[in-house]
Design a binder for this molecule. Structure first.
Ligand code: GLN
Length: 192
């Protein structure tokens, strides 16, 4: 199994270290063609507007859209913004996750925090929130996996996993294991 991490901008090195700890082969994805080599893709945290500019500059969009519609993908923070169908007040990017999302919803950088959140099917998970988005409305096929107070911070929609927080900045490997398991299930299904 090979996990690719979109490496245009943001915390891609931290994600790579995180999945290396879990014993998985990883590659940093810098060209659209590399999407053909991987079993799962991570869209890291960072700055979604900058990532979008680079996605367009390097002609990633059409391949990214088809990858994210079919194969396991995990978006954290800015990655979740990239996946959302609707970003209140901001443009849509990949637009495959059926949610209405609010960017920078927890306030500014100084309001960053670390917290444990209960994730359905996983248990308590540590996460770091840095100018994080949250989901205002989850619609068709979106399973809500976790909430911070009243707002949605973790979801799954078939092949897509997305969190408002950064698990890769903690020592808690549970979310990573969960994503690896999504890839295992996906690969099994495709072999049948
Ligand atoms: N605020 C960033 C955005 O909306 C996300 C921040 C992050 O990924 N930590 O793109």
């Amino acid at each position: 199994m090979k996990i690719g991490i979109l490496a245009l901008q943001g915390s891609y090195f931290d994600h790579q270290k995180y999945f290396v700890k879990l014993g998985v082969e990883t590659i940093l994805v810098k060209t659209p063609e590399q999407l053909d080599e991987i079993d799962g893709l991570v869209l890291p945290g960072g700055e979604s507007t900058t990532m979008r500019t680079l996605i367009d500059r390097y002609n990633f969009m059409s391949k990214l859209k088809s990858f994210c519609s079919n194969k396991p993908v995990f978006g954290t923070c800015a990655g979740m913004v990239l996946l959302a169908k609707e970003n209140t007040g901001f443009p849509t990017h990949i637009g495959v996750l059926n949610v209405k999302l609010k960017r920078n919803a927890f306030g500014r950088q100084v309001n960053s925090f670390e917290e444990t959140v209960y994730i359905n099917g996983i248990g308590d998970v540590e996460g770091v929130y840095i100018r994080a988005p949250y989901i205002e409305v989850a619609s068709d096929y979106v399973e809500v996996l976790g909430k911070h107070k009243e707002v949605i911070v973790a979801v799954k929609q078939n092949n897509i996993l997305a969190t408002s927080f950064h698990p890769e900045l903690t020592e808690d490997l549970k979310i990573g294991r969960y994503f690896i398991n999504m890839i295992v299930q996906h690969n099994k299904k495709n072999k049948e």
